[in-house]
Design a binder for this molecule. Sequence first.
Ligand SMILES: *[C@@H]1O[C@H](CO)[C@@H](O)[C@H](O)[C@H]1NC(C)=O
Ligand SMILES: *[C@@H]1O[C@H](CO)[C@@H](O)[C@H](O)[C@H]1NC(C)=O
Length: 348
Amino acid sequence: MIMSSYIKLFFVLNIFLTVSLAIEPITTGLAVGVGVTASALLAGFNHFKCNVVECCDNNWFIPNITGLRTSLQDKLHGQHLVVDTVAKAVKGHIRNKNPSKALVLSFHGWTGGGKNFVSKMIAENLFVKGMMSRHVHLFVATLHFPHKDRVETYKDQLREWIKGNTSDCPHSIFVFDEMDKLPEGLLDAVKPYIDHYTEINGVDYRKTIFILLSNTAGNTITQRTYQHWQEGRKREDISLKEMDDLILKGSFNEKGGLWHSSLIEKNLIDVFIPFLPLERQHVKLCIRDDLRAKGHTVTEDVVTKVADELQYFPDREQLYSKSGCKRVSQKVDLIMEEVSQTVEEIMR
Ligand SMILES: *[C@@H]1O[C@H](CO)[C@@H](O)[C@H](O)[C@H]1NC(C)=O
Ligand SMILES: *[C@@H]1O[C@H](CO)[C@@H](O)[C@H](O)[C@H]1NC(C)=O
C-alpha cells in the first residue's frame, strides 16, 4: 500500500514535469507546472499520509451496520429494547446523505446494563479504530467537567472542541458519560450543534452522533421491570413506549445534565433508550462471553461460581445483579486464579 503510493506520486510528478517543460513560454509554463506539481505533491502526500495515520476518509470511517446489528444481537444480553432501536437509528442516520440534524441517542439505566458497551459497539462499527479513533470523543462528567461553578468556562471549551473536531471530521462521535453528574446547563452549549441548522460558520454538524449516558430514570426503569415480573408478565413484553414516558419524566425532573435542558424542551433527542436491570441468567451469558474471550473452557460450574460472586436484589428474590455485567470480567479473573491454584495444588 505504502510502496504503491510512492510509485503513484513519482509517476504524477514526472508527468507534470514533462508537460510543463513541453509547454512553450518557458516562464509561465514552468510556473504553472510547478504550481500543479506542488498541489499534486500535496494531494499525493495526503493520500500517502492517510494510509498511515488516521484520517476521516473511507480508509478509516467504514460504517458496518450489519456488523453493528450482529454485535448487539450476539453480545448484548437482556436488552431487547436496545438492539433494534440503536441499529435502526444509526442506520437511518448513516444512510442518509443529508440528515436534517445530528443524531442524539440518550441511554438510560443502572450501571452494568451495557450503556458504555453499546457506545463502544457503535464506535467500533463506524470507525476502524473504534473508541481509540481521533474522531470519537468521550467526555466523562467527573473527569472533564468536575466543578459546577466553572460551567461557563466549560461551555466555551466544549463549543471549541465540538467545532474543531467536527471541522476535522463531519462524522465525529461525541459520548457524554455520567450525564447526571454534568453541571446543569452545560449541555445547552451543545444545542446549536444538534439543532436543524444547515451550517454554522461554514461547518455542517448534521452528520455527527451524540450519545448521552445516564443513570437518570434508572430507578423507575428498574421498578417498572420488577413490576412486570411480579405480575408474571414476560420481560420481553415491556414496550419502548411505556419506558419512554418514564424516562422523559425522570430526565426532566431528576437533577443533573438533562434537568430542564433545552435538548429535552426542544425535542432534540431522537431516541431515549432504556437499559433494563440484568437478571442472573443474563449475567451468566456475560460470564460465558468473558471466559471465552479469555480463552478459558466454559463450564457451568465455573459460570455459577462467578455468578455467585456478584450481589443481587431485591433481598428476597435475588433477581437482578446490582452491578449488572460490569464486574464480571474482574470476577472471572478472580475465580480462574483460584481454579488454577487448586489445580496446581492437586498436581503437586
Ligand atoms: C461487518 O461486520 C460483519 C460482522 O461482524 C463482518 O462479518 C463483516 O466482514 C463486516 N464487513 C466489513 C465490510 O467489514
Ligand atoms: C477535539 O476534542 C478533544 C477532546 O476530546 C480536544 O482535546 C481537542 O482539542 C479537540 N480538537 C479540536 C481540533 O478542537
